[in-house]
Design a protein around this ligand. Structure first.
Ligand code: GLN
Length: 466
């Protein structure tokens, strides 16, 4: 039996019935890793001994692949950056502790864009990842390793992170379900920070039910992260039982249905809308009037926060230290110049610029005010509809090397960035395939801490497209 093909639900059922053990699951994934990783490159590193040890100690646990910016004790945590090559985590992130407490074990480190900056995983400083549906194409990013591992059946499920779309866009490219939880739903303690007011860890899975199970394990208040409120975590898998489109009001924000959308993405999204309507949902057009400013706001706020967060990588405390340094100043500058890749440097320069005195009010202060307007658009729209349905990414997976210009790359997140700025929750759910066989997902968006509703709509949709 090819156990690596299983999802979480099926794996848990098989483990409960004693059909196989956690060690059998891990062994099957290791076999698959040896067969496929040269081709797909989903994993950066895979500590087989550690995974087998954890499985032997927890014979009923389900292995989960971990994006390489989440700390797991004793494992590398490179954020796919040369600056963190050789760094070993001294502790578990809260999400890892939570996983272990709920019958999961971490298993393998998956690739990503360096420090989660990018939309194709091509910004990884440590390896190349290919789309399992077409090896000449990217898996999306920044959680491209997670998506390729799930879509290529190289794991049971994976953790990704989403700052402006990094769970949803790669999920769409690789035929996975991806959930970006509401800001604060999941602890960020032990997750290397990119943009702290946006980052969230979330599940990337083979089904919506698996995402519900995994999110329940991840979510909740954490004393180590002051942005996680004391809001109960529902049993999401129970909440989605019997999910249906009947009686749901689904909004189509007109700002998201623009010219220039790839024709196949448009066709698949239009069909998705029709399917929701015939399954009993009421479809209404709505407006999120400040959408057009979201990209500009994000590319001020995210780099600003990144420039502050990445100041800690200075050659002194973590990872790479330049051998060419002569004094403390060159120790900082040379270690950073040698360690960071071009996109990370670009973000640090942009971020430092918008935060510098004289420009702070003109850029950062103003971006924060517009962010509030974007958030209010969502508050307002969710008084009228249960969920929004939009395309997830403007195109299907593109070719490796196809997007050379950073600005064109940034456009990939056009549809995922506004909800990230608003802090609400959103999913990407497989919706169909292009004529060339590339997967395309659609995005559902619900209000803050409305994950039960989000997962229910997503499940109802999954049921009708299957
Ligand atoms: N692609 C976006 C960026 O490069 C979003 C990344 C993310 O969500 N981590 O910033």
């Amino acid at each position: 039996m090819e156990l690596f093909k299983l999802g979480i639900k099926e794996a848990q059922e098989g483990l409960a019935k004693g059909e196989f053990s956690s060690s059998d699951l891990v062994k099957s994934i290791i076999e698959r890793y040896h067969a496929k990783n040269d081709e797909i490159g989903a994993y950066l590193t895979f500590d087989e001994e550690d995974a087998l040890r954890l499985a032997a100690e927890n014979p009923k646990a389900v292995p989960i692949a971990i994006k390489d910016l989440i700390n797991v004790v004793g494992q590398p945590c490179t954020c796919a950056s040369k600056i963190l090559k050789g760094y070993i985590s001294p502790y578990d992130a809260t999400v890892i502790k939570n996983l272990k407490a709920s019958g999961f074990i971490p298993c393998g480190r998956v690739n990503m864009d360096e420090f989660a900056m990018g939309s194709s995983t091509e910004n990884s400083g440590l390896g190349k990842t290919r789309n399992p549906y077409d090896l000449t194409r990217v898996p999306g990013g920044s959680s491209g390793g997670s998506a390729a591992a799930v879509g290529g059946n190289m794991c049971i499920a994976a953790l990704g992170t989403d700052t402006g779309g990094s769970i949803r866009q790669p999920a769409s490219f690789c035929n996975c379900v991806g959930i970006k939880p509401s800001y604060g739903r999941v602890s960020r303690f032990g997750v290397t920070a990119f943009a702290s007011s946006l980052d969230q860890v979330g599940p990337m899975t083979k089904s919506v039910e698996d995402s519900a199970i995994l999110l329940k394990a991840l979510a909740g208040h954490d004393e180590m992260d002051g942005t996680t409120p004391r809001i109960d975590v529902p049993d999401y898998a129970k909440e989605i039982e019997g999910a249906s489109m009947k009686g749901l009001k689904i909004g189509l924000p007109k700002e998201y249905f623009i010219d220039g959308l790839d024709p196949e993405v448009k066709r698949i999204t239009d069909e998705a809308i029709k399917k929701c309507a015939s399954a009993g949902a009421e479809i209404v057009e709505v407006s999120l009037p400040h959408t057009e400013y979201a990209m500009a706001v994000y590319y001020i706020i995210a780099p600003a926060e990144a420039s502050a967060n990445l100041a800690r990588f200075d050659g002194v405390r973590y990872g790479h230290r330049s051998a060419a340094s002569k004094d403390v100043f060159t120790l900082y500058t040379k270690s950073r110049a040698e360690g960071f890749g071009p996109e990370v440097k670009r973000r640090i320069i942009m971020g430092t610029y918008v935060l510098s005195s004289g420009y702070y009010d003109a850029y950062y202060g103003r971006a924060q005010r517009v962010r509030t307007l974007i958030k209010r658009d969502f508050d307002e729209v969710f008084t009228k509809v249960d969920a929004l349905l939009t395309p997830c990414a403007p195109t299907p997976a593109f070719k490796l090397g196809e997007l050379q210009d950073p600005l064109t790359m940034y456009l990939n997140d056009l549809f995922t960035i506004p909800s990230a700025l608003a802090g609400v929750c959103a999913s990407s759910v497989p919706a169909g395939f292009t004529a060339a066989g590339l997967p395309v997902g659609v995005q559902f968006i619900c209000g803050g801490f409305e994950e039960s509703k989000l997962l229910s709509v997503s499940k109802a949709f999954e049921d009708i497209v299957k």
